[in-house]
Design a protein around this ligand. Structure first.
Ligand code: NAP
Length: 305
């Protein structure tokens, strides 16, 4: 099986050994005749000359396996007719769970209030988790992992997704109930993909539905939030925003988020695909493709995720 590593060169050293170990029967190549490849392993940033990848010559390829969970940069490529699979990696979900729990606990416990300023703030005892409502927007692989962990700590968790597909032990509100989901969110955790349906979803009106003092944690995609509306909301009662993703990345040095006292910026580090675990997922999909079996984590091209 010949597979093209259609990813930026800097990823080769980390991925080639892991993919080779997970799929010894594969010949992983950095270039070659497109018509000779059975599959592609893809990551954004390829080709590195900034052009858009033309999938047309890959006439034999049976699958394009993304190394990223978010596929917005490739899903609309009109030349892509091969099946596209996104990455669902146990390591990714664990990383996201830790990131969201960490920042949610910081907001819940009000950790920032305890400055080294000599003031004994003993009246500021935080409530127990059972007294705190958290809403998770997006109840997919990542949202479910985060919501379940929050529930395990005792938080009152509400999920929201387009379908409202049930998740054991958690109330999941469907699409039209977004206002209710937002109105409950003392802490709002956003884990939605970038699609036409989610772009700009958190606009001025929807941000105004959050309880006063709420914290917004966005680790999905930056396109979800109207950034100017968020800045205005922070001036008008919204408590804090922890942002890992942005409309433009890297976040420009002069962006107001960097110096805003109610904003925490993290540089798109909330969860990374871990080659050790993700290579196994990719290998399984490559084998399935070669055997003509149903693929894992197939992207629905119409929905865009
Ligand atoms: P997933 O399994 O595909 O789940 C997506 C969830 O979003 C589903 O619950 C889906 O609801 C919901 N959804 C999609 N469009 C919607 C809409 N218009 N309205 C309401 N709900 C909608 O995705 P995932 O693996 O959890 O990953 C989520 C996103 O996280 C990825 O797409 C990626 O962009 C981002 N991410 C970020 C990082 C990082 O480092 N910051 C790392 C990994 C992933 P349905 O039930 O209706 O399908």
């Amino acid at each position: 099986m010949r597979v093209l590593f259609a990813a930026p060169a800097r990823l080769w050293d980390a991925w080639a050994p892991a993919l080779g170990a997970a799929c010894p029967e594969m010949q992983l190549c950095r270039d070659g005749d497109p018509a000779g490849f059975d599959a592609l392993i893809y990551a954004p940033g390829y080709p590195e000359d900034g052009t858009t990848l033309d999938f047309t010559p890959f006439t034999r390829a049976r699958v394009v396996q993304s190394l990223w969970a978010g596929v917005e940069r490739i899903v609309t490529n009109p030349t892509l007719t091969q099946p596209l699979c996104r990455m669902v990696d146990p390591g990714l979900a664990l990383g996201m769970r830790e990131y969201c729990l960490g920042w949610a606990l910081r907001a819940h416990l009000g950790m920032d209030r305890y400055a080294q300023d000599g003031i004994w703030r003993s009246h500021l005892t935080p409530p127990l988790a059972a007294g705190r409502s958290v809403t998770v927007l997006g109840m997919g692989e990542l949202g479910r992992a985060v919501a379940s962990a929050l529930m395990g700590l005792g938080f009152r968790v509400t999920g929201w997704s387009g379908s409202g597909r049930p998740v054991r032990g958690i109330e999941v509100l469907p699409g039209p109930h977004l206002p209710e989901a937002l109105s409950r969110a003392e802490i709002l955790i956003c884990l939605l993909p970038d699609t036409p349906g989610t772009r700009g979803l958190l606009d001025r009106d929807r941000l105004a539905m959050l309880p006063r003092g709420a914290t917004v944690i966005n680790a999905g995609r930056g396109t979800l939030i109207d950034e100017q509306a968020l800045l205005a909301a922070l001036d008008n009662g919204l408590g804090h925003a922890v942002l890992d993703v942005f409309q433009t990345e890297p976040l420009p040095p002069d962006h107001p988020f960097w110096s805003h006292p109610q904003v925490t910026v993290t540089p798109h580090v909330s969860a990374e695909t871990r080659p050790e675990s993700a290579a196994t997922v990719a290998a399984e999909n490559l084998r399935r493709a070669m055997r003509g079996e149903p693929l894992l984590h197939l992207v629905d091209r119409a929905r865009g995720y």
